[in-house]
Design a protein around this ligand. Sequence first.
Ligand code: UN1
Length: 516
Amino acid sequence: MPRTLPTTEELRTRARAALDRVGVTLDEDAGAGPGAGDVQHARTPLTGEVLFPVPATTPAAADEAVADARRAFLTWRSTPAPRRGELVRRLGELLRAHQGDLADLVTIEAGKIRSEALGEVQEMIDICDFAVGLSRQLYGRTIASERPGHRLAETWHPLGVVGVISAFNFPCAVWSWNTAVALACGDTVVWKPSELTPLISLACARLLERAAADVGAPDGVHRLLIGDRAVGERLVDDFRVALVSATGSTRMGREVGPRVAARFGRSLLELGGNNAAIVAPSADLDLTVRGIVFAAAGTAGQRCTTLRRLIAHRDIADALVARLTAAYAQLPIGDPFDEATLVGPLISAAALDRMQEAVARAQAEGGKVLVGGGRRLADVAPDAAYVEPVVVRMGAQTGVVREETFAPILYVMTYETLEEAIALHNDVPQGLSSSIFTRDQAEAELFLSAEGSDCGIANVNIGTSGAEIGGAFGGEKETGGGRESGSDAWRAYMRSATNTVNYSGRLALAQNISFL
Ligand code: UN1
């Protein structure tokens, strides 16, 4: 087990070096644009300590940023889409060249282990590739007109300024899903990242700024707002922001959605998940255990796709739980830069408090802790939050199980019939990701059918987390209904127009109407 951690000073040096290679200088003007005044503090969950002060965006500068993005939109929307793709291609090249630097910043600020941090940057590279292709595939349809000599068609146009609000746990990939696609679609972007991850945000913004300069795109295609909730609220309420794409808690989405709707803006919400896996009697238990441990304990339980509920058939539940507890007991927890580590720190001491409260509630609601839950490295780093992922066996899906706690807690329940398992699976307010582990094809198909999982993501023999960018990402119910990333999620970033063209030389009205 790793017993040592890097010091805050070592992390500062490493962050400074990565920022320097990317082209960010941490000074009064760094990234926050004109009018920078207040300061925000970059921290690292590795030690729980402050790294650097970062200039925050003032409200006036935030308004100016939206104005810049709006101005840039007026030229960007008329730039041919394949040329817009060149900006995204250049961004992808820069992301490839700086994959290690960006991964360093993700580890330092979000606490991800090395391979997951590199994986997050890989998602950015992949979505850039996807969006470059998309820039030649923004297809509309032609529709058979009911009138002779008429053509009916659907055209897709850029939407406007897209406001991106992102969370600490995917501090750069979620930005890239939105930004790469929005730019290809002809939109411009104003980004309000999590307050907890300003450094990686400055690095991404700088690389995009460099890409824009390299290909001659307007500089205002992207603006970064460093700040707290008040800065995010300006984006939400600004009528010049056509789409607000927000990732975060259901509580945040409950505020953002109605406020954007009140001004008839569009919103795309990626909110909480409370993802479950059903493990059927025929499941391959070796594969299942590995799939579960990555999904439940990976990223220290801090993905919106993290596996939080396990619904195991009663005939295999004990065997499964025995293997799981053995695997959990071996998990290397500690320094995420150490190649052997699989579980890094929670983002903050407050996150640890919430985890401990949830475990205590689960116990009060009849749950039994089977493994984990202890704090680690408190002597070395008293301000950090290293914790053992925990497995709690529950007699029923009680109140706490139906809530999302953003920590590595896996609640285990049992079932007898698949119908019962699916009912339990769907009986939570959230609807993001889901899995079934089975070798019975009929069971798998039922789970994927309209009567099965009610989530936006439904998997077979693979865990709930770690989706590829090629599919649409998002979920139902309190998860918010948005779809981002691949497939045809791009349509949310454009507006469609229906065109009727009469080339007949005669006026023919639809629905056989006679007039004049
Ligand atoms: C998130 O946790 O906000 O499917 C996004 C996954 C990742 C994205 C998670 N590709 O786990």
